[in-house]
Design a protein. Structure first.
Length: 220
């Protein structure tokens, strides 16, 4: 793409008949209602999208199970026992995780950020993305970012109603929750457990974070 082509392209977009005021208004309108790009076709119905999301999560080498919210603590305990882990987890103060506290039944829960010594953590995702089986997590006291990366076992709850088709929908959720011009400090997109194949092209799980990622897909 030559310099002349770029300049001509810019020139063609400039309407000399418009005043500065109208140009500013056009820019403001564009920023307020940004156009949507081309998006890949995905299943139209909610059931099919949830099923596709499950497929993608499994392909990413994470595990997933569908549960009712009231059985979340039980599912967490069963996951820990299945991997010979102690019956304790660390999690933030997200109100959507209160159902875990209310039904702990012997599950020990530690609060706040991880110091790197925890074996398992629980977070709540804002959304799950069908395209790649990805989880979107917002940082903050409700779900500290350290819980996403320091413990070797990461358990993430996400509601079926929060499964979206494309990444662009996550950005819309962010704007709706935080307001225009505001963002959480960190937005983590997590697809499967941590991995690396940098050494002799051998895939290693847990290279830069959790060895296991377990998704609890909860019915509303």
């Amino acid at each position: 793409m030559t310099r002349a082509f770029i300049l001509n392209k810019l020139k063609s977009q400039i309407n000399p008949q418009l005043s500065d005021k109208k140009r500013r208004a056009a820019v403001a309108e564009r920023l307020a209602t940004p156009p949507t790009g081309v998006l890949p076709a995905l299943p139209a119905t909610r059931i099919k999208r949830v099923n596709r999301f499950i497929e993608k999560v499994l392909v990413s080498q994470a595990s997933i199970e569908q549960i009712s919210r009231r059985n979340a603590a039980k599912a967490i305990s069963e996951f820990l026992r299945a991997h010979n882990l102690p019956g304790e987890v660390r999690m933030g103060d997200d109100e959507r995780l209160e159902i875990v506290r209310a039904n702990a039944n012997g599950l020990a829960i530690k609060d706040g950020r991880s110091d790197g010594l925890d074996l398992a953590s629980v977070s709540h995702a804002e959304a799950g993305v069908v395209e790649t089986g990805t989880l979107a997590l917002f940082s903050g006291k409700a779900n500290p970012t350290t819980l996403n990366f320091l413990p070797e076992n990461h358990i993430v709850m996400v509601r079926e109603s929060d499964i979206v088709a494309h990444y662009e929908e996550v950005f819309a959720i962010t704007r709706e929750r935080y307001g225009a011009g505001n963002m959480p400090r960190t937005v983590n997109f997590i697809t499967g457990p941590s991995r690396s194949a940098d050494i002799e092209q051998t895939l290693l799980l847990g290279a830069h974070g959790p060895v296991r990622l377990h998704v609890l897909l909860t019915r509303d």
